[in-house]
Design a protein around this ligand. Sequence first.
Ligand code: PHE
Length: 341
Amino acid sequence: MDNRIQRLREQFLENLQRANAAEAFEELRVQYLGKKGEITGLLKNMASIEPERRKEYGALVNQLKEEAENGIKKRMEEAHARELNARIAATERYDLTLPSMVRQGSYHPITLVQREVEQIFASMGFTIEDYDEIVDDYHCFEALNIPKHHPARDMQDTYYLSNGQLLKTHTSAAQNAIMKKYGAPLRAIFPGRCFRNESTDACHENTFFQMEGIMIDENISISNLIYFMKTMLSEVFQRDVKVRLRPGFFPFVEPGFELDISCLICGGEGCPSCKNSGWLELCPCGMIHPNVLKAGGIDTEKYTGFAFGLGLTRLAMMKYGIKDIRDLNSGNLKSLDQFVK
Ligand code: PHE
């Protein structure tokens, strides 16, 4: 074989062996096979070869050209496969058995408490009802024995809408519709979001959750009310909770009470969450006023009933030791994420 061809071949093979990355292969291609490349140069050199050796020379150069082309292609493919394997091994391997890297969502603490209380009442024969957040004056007030201009309306700073409707200030707003829907006897709970134009602090929010409950039947008395409240609270807290009943005024119950529980955050000693009183108003309640039963189409000669308006938001705070009510509507995942269940 022509010495020049032989030398060039050896030099090329040596360079090819050393080349590793995509750019290096491209450089090699230009260096040997490009327009001004060394192998191309051998072909251009044909004219200076003695005529009788040209055929053999041409064949040898073409052979080398082909070898160089195939060699570069093969080494390039090998390098590409090596690179890919290394990448997969280092970073891009998926192990389906590993725990998910995507952050798992969690239920809001109020949802958790709501579901728990729903289950407890469902097990005692209560149905769970849904009701609107935008209601009219009749359902929120008048049907509840709170006529226009009654001072009791001042207790519930109401957001009125321009069309005369309002954001419900309490879940009691559903009482009338539910009485009309089912008649007596009746056991129902209805959780819901309520709105009041309150200035906010550690224990007040303008948007909060209540869970209303009503039970209407023959011979229902305050002792039934106390029994259901105590059962529910001891189930939720899984321990005996200290409660106290104080008289409370609500036009739609008679007699009416405030059911307080001993503050579980400070153990009753007094803290910002309980306004330093050691007690938290958790569940206003009472015997349903006959006017309210009548408005709901219930025969007041035959039936009596109790109603309660459990503060779901407060209950969630007590159960989970949440000190500031504003955390609940904050959307702050650092605090809300702790409730993955
Ligand atoms: N709806 C009353 C409130 O939010 C609470 C309540 C409900 C009181 C049922 C008595 C009976 O202020």
